[in-house]
Design a protein around this ligand. Structure first.
Ligand code: F6R
Length: 612
């Protein structure tokens, strides 16, 4: 949430900042701003409410702002409504210090009171402005920016990634981080800070990731990093292998559609390197067979769609491993006094690797002695770095706020890991192991076949886009998959929707079914197909319009009851959600398109939720 970029070099900074912000706009898009410093004009700041386009127009693409040093920010509001004043950068009272912030300053009111008593005047409602003012206060005390930042950080509580420039420092950016992502980019005669690597990928692939408590002083030819005691820290520079094209739309009208279409290839990249001679090989994993055997309990912790991956995995892993697997929302896990000890494996799933609730849950699990394994997409992200073990999904950059390819790669990776552990534990027979593994390898091909003909889904979206409430029902894996289908639909089309376990419907919710209510009936899980169909008959009897999703071999049977049917290729039953979710993603996409929604940037949302 909130995107930060900073540049220092020889080129005009403003266009570089705007370009970087555009690539990070999915992190927040209610307002944006940039601050640039030049010899002749000093600190100049421009901010605009709304999408980045407004700031772009206001600055004529940055041409109005002179200077080769600057910071930029795209905002997802927490404190203070989205408007020009609350937009970042925030400027200290004397106009000499500009600051951008991602995170939340928890003790900002107390600090503000203190500064008000010193006679400081505030212009915005934000917690971030308090830090800009506090910085000026300490700078006036010590006249050294690094020291002032250090003093400031010792007083603030909460989470932050800061980018700071000061009129007295014509060639330096200052960055600091705690519990919010921030990385340093190494160029040639120019350097960068950014909350997201996609913002600077065009300029450099050499990065280092800041750790909590660190402060960096970035000039055009040096990057010096210090710990909270201002002692120098050596950073490891990593090479990012994502390419620029993968973070661009490449001819698609939306990133979401592009990312849906990229799923077969993304799954291939996740799976292929991990299969050798018909066996799963997880070189990155440090867990021994004895470690796995010693776990008495497994938790899967995540938020949103990643949590839905956990839901599917719970069913599959318990089936394969014969061990209790509990899936919990990260925001709940943290405060429920969880039963975690040295015999607990805690798996955290996160695309961004920065979701604060997931991160905090993982830390809590570690504190209690649990062994943590992270399933993450973004290489070098905070969760990936803090987990005991990490397995990357290698889905490439995901830009659309609504996740698709990250979900699919997480799911297939969890299936792979589940199968691997089951073999280690001896809880899966050779025949099942070989059958599931063979089908995992066929998933990209089968998904591709489905994606080549999306006309039926498009047609059904145009038939149903006017409904204002939609239910997704299914049993077992279909229920878990329905949760994802329902979330996709509501987040981008704004249609109210709920996912229900089919068998549970008659315990209350069926009262909402009336003439014409759209029910998306999920019947892809063969072992429970007949049971699922009897629940379809129940809603039909109450007037529901039924759109069924099933497998090709069951389509004929379903179409006798349902009003419309979508069929996906058949795979092993435990892998069926990997194929079933694709039409649900497409349905959400085309419904949102029909309704004229802003698909890649849905209202009130942002990618990478770094606040609690
Ligand atoms: C929904 C979506 C969110 C994320 C959730 C967790 O389309 O993208 O629900 O799945 O915010 O994010 P990560 O996986 O980055 O931890």
């Amino acid at each position: 949430m909130c995107g930060i970029i900073g540049y220092v070099g020889r080129e005009p900074a403003a266009p570089i900042l705007l370009d970087g912000l555009e690539r990070m706009e999915y992190r927040g898009y209610d307002s944006a701003g940039i601050a640039v410093r030049s010899e002749t004009r000093g600190l100049q700041v421009k901010k605009a409410k709304g999408r980045l386009k407004a700031l772009y127009d206001l600055t004529h693409g940055g041409a109005d702002m002179e200077g080769t040093l600057g910071i930029g920010h795209t905002r997802w509001a927490t404190h203070g409504e989205p408007n020009d004043i609350n937009a970042h950068p925030h400027i200290s009272e004397n106009g000499q210090i500009a600051l951008v912030h991602n995170g939340i300053i928890e003790n900002y009111l107390e600090l503000k009171e203190h500064l008000l008593r010193q006679g400081v005047t505030f212009t915005s409602d934000t917690d971030s402005e308090v830090v800009a003012q506090l910085l000026e206060f300490h700078y006036n005390e010590c006249h050294n920016m690094l020291e002032a930042v250090g003093r400031c950080l010792r007083r603030i509580e909460g989470s932050y990634a800061f980018g700071i420039i000061c009129a007295d420092y014509p060639n330096a950016l200052i960055a600091a981080r705690k519990d919010a992502p921030l990385l340093l980019g190494y160029g040639d005669g120019e350097n960068y800070i950014a909350s997201d690597v996609t913002a600077i990928l065009k300029h450099t692939r050499k990065v280092s990731y800041m750790d909590d408590g660190e402060i960096a002083v970035v000039t055009n030819d040096s990057i010096d990093v210090f710990d909270s005691e201002l002692e120098p820290v050596e950073k490891t520079i990593c090479q990012v292998d994502w390419d620029v094209a993968s973070a661009e739309k490449g001819g698609y009208p939306h990133f979401m559609l592009k990312e849906i279409m990229e799923q077969p290839e993304a799954i291939r990249k996740t799976v292929s390197p991990r299969i050798r001679d018909g066996r799963i090989v997880l070189d990155e994993l440090h867990l021994t067979r004895e470690d796995v055997a010693a776990f008495a309990r497994i938790f899967i912790i995540a938020c949103g769609s990643s949590y839905h991956v956990g839901m599917v995995s719970k069913y599959n892993w318990e089936r394969l491993l014969r061990r209790p697997v509990e899936v919990m929302l990260a925001s709940e896990f943290r405060y429920c006094d969880p039963l975690v000890d040295e015999r607990t494996l805690v798996i955290v799933i996160s695309q961004s690797g920065e979701t604060l609730d997931t991160m905090a849950a993982m830390r809590e699990a570690k504190r209690r002695g649990g062994r943590t394994l992270a399933i993450v997409n973004v290489v070098g992200s905070s969760i990936a770095r803090e987990a005991d073990d990490v397995l990357y999904t290698w889905a490439g950059p995901e830009i659309a706020v609504a996740t698709t390819k990250a979900y699919s790669t997480q799911l297939v990776l969890m299936d792979l890991v589940g199968l691997y552990f089951a073999e280690e534990l001896g809880t899966v027979d050779e025949e099942t192991y070989a059958a599931v593994l063979a089908e995992i390898q066929l998933l990209p091909e089968k998904m591709q076949v489905f994606l080549e003909h999306t006309e039926d889904v498009q047609y059904l979206a145009s038939r149903y886009f006017n409904h204002d409430s939609i239910f997704f029902i299914g049993r077992n894996l279909d229920y878990a998959m329905g949760m994802e289908g329902s979330l996709k639909l509501k987040e981008i089309s704004y249609i109210h929707s709920e996912a229900y376990a089919s068998g549970e419907l008659k315990h209350g919710t069926i009262s909402l079914i009336e003439q014409g209510t759209l029910v998306v009936a999920l019947g892809t899980y063969a072992p429970l197909f007949d049971k699922a169909m009897s629940n379809v008959v129940e809603v039909k009897a109450r007037g529901a319009e039924v759109l069924a999703l099933t497998t090709e071999d069951l389509a004929e049977k379903v179409s006798k009851t349902a009003d419309a049917t979508i069929a996906v290729p058949v795979t092993h039953p435990i892998l069926q959600p990997s194929l079933g979710v694709v039409p649900l993603q497409l349905f959400a996409y085309y419904v949102a398109l029909q309704r004229g929604c802003d698909i890649d940037k849905p209202r009130n949302l942002a990618k990478s939720v770094t606040v609690e």
